[in-house]
Structure formats: C-alpha cells, structure tokens
Design a protein around this ligand. Sequence first.
Ligand SMILES: Nc1ncnc2c1ncn2[C@@H]1O[C@H](COP(=O)(O)OP(=O)(O)OP(=O)(O)O)[C@@H](O)[C@H]1O
Ligand SMILES: [Mg+2]
Length: 238
Amino acid sequence: MSEALQRSALSLSNVRAGYGETTILEDVSFSLPERGSLAILGRNGVGKTTLLATIMGHTTFQSGEVKFLEKRIENQAVYERSRAGIGYVPQDRLVFPSLSVEENLTVAARSGRWNLERVYDLFPRLSERKHHGGNQISGGEQQMLAIGRALMGNPTLLLMDEPLEGLAPIIVEMLLKALKRLISEDSLAVVLVEQHAKLALQVTRTALVMRRGKIVHEGASDALLANPERLADLVMAQ
Ligand SMILES: Nc1ncnc2c1ncn2[C@@H]1O[C@H](COP(=O)(O)OP(=O)(O)OP(=O)(O)O)[C@@H](O)[C@H]1O
Ligand SMILES: [Mg+2]
C-alpha cells in the first residue's frame, strides 16, 4: 500500500507550544503514517523532549493541531491520549523502584498483541531479571523495562526519548536490535528521539532535524545516512 493511501498515525500542523508563557516549539508540522518510523534529531536543548511532551499533553499548547489516527487530540488530557494508544518512554525512564521487573511490566498492561511472553521474547534480559526490584537492575535493563512497559499498554504509536543515552556499547547493540525488530515486525508507529543520529537513522524510515524549536530538515533516513557531511551540517550547526 502506498503511503499516500495510508492513514496517518500522527500529524502535527503549525504547532506552537512551550511552558507557560514561554514558547519553545514554533510552526512544527510533520506527519507519520501508521506503522511508520521517524527519527527526531538535533543537539541539546533544541526542543526534542518538548515535542514529545507536547504530543503527550505535558506542555502548554499555544496553537496549531495535533492529530492521532486522524482525530484532533491537542485538547485531550494526558491519560486520554495514553488510553487512546499513545505510548511514551520518557527520557528519565521512570521505572518504579519498589516494584519488581515483572510488576513494572504488568502495572499498566492492557490486553492486545503485547503480553509478558512477547516482551520477554524481545528482551530476554528482562525475563532473567523478572523478580529483581526496579532499583536492582542496570541502566540498560531499566531502559528495556521502560520500553517493555510501554509495549504492555499495547500502543498504536510509541514515543521514545533518547533510549540509547548513557548506555554501554553492548547494551546499545542489544537495544538497537530490539528496536529494529519492533519497527519491522510490529504494527505500531515509532518516534525515536536521539542524539546518536547515525544509530537512529539506521533503524528508521524517515527523519527530521530540529534547531531552536523548529524543523530544519525532513526526509528519508537512508538519504541522510548516505550523506554524512549534510548530516553533520544539519545536526551540528546552531
Ligand atoms: N519545564 C520547563 N520549563 C521551562 N523551560 C523548559 C522546561 N523544560 C525544558 N525547557 C526549555 O526548553 C528548551 C528545549 O528543551 P528540551 O528539553 O525540549 O530539549 P531537548 O532537545 O530534549 O534537549 P536534550 O537533548 O538535552 O534532551 C530548552 O531551552 C529548555 O531550557
Ligand atoms: Mg531531551
């Protein structure tokens, strides 16, 4: 099926948002088809987290439109967006320290294609650690747990904020493999915010680059990956 005929999972038009009176995002527009995958790149402080937080409803929405599965959601509460099928893996992971790995996974589970068995198949490490406390596992395992927990909510759209940040190379490899599998096999759309531009471009179909709250580039991930000079120029320039 061509993308033109596909429903969009997510689309933003002329979004302006920030914190209280402060505007961070300006004139942000893009769309992502169902089952699509999008990398959001850019340096520290350009507004990547603010963009995901705005899609989820955590910021002050100033103007524009946000549509999820073709329906306007910008006035919906966070829990309504989450219940409608938007999964969010925040930058700080927010694993519950006093619950076990398995309890963390089941606490917000909703019925659907994802269950404990499938999450453990995607992340065998979590299966090995299922009785450990959320505070007894490594940073990489916490990241797997945060992603696994979001999947247990059976989202149609999964937003991930720098899942590779601060992890050892071997764990990054493991997570990338899982993300690739998720993106190619599962029926969900993925938005991946990353500072590791090359890694994010390897697993996504399309990419956009932000600078000072605006989108300065949008295109195919493989084209950007094939042009390292352009990539450096876009991501590094302020
Ligand atoms: N709660 C907040 N209140 C006011 N301003 C904020 C708040 N959170 C972030 N900002 C500001 O919004 C701008 C964008 O920050 P944001 O966290 O979205 O960037 P980012 O691209 O995610 O950066 P990083 O790569 O470091 O995570 C920054 O100037 C930041 O200082
Ligand atoms: Mg951020």
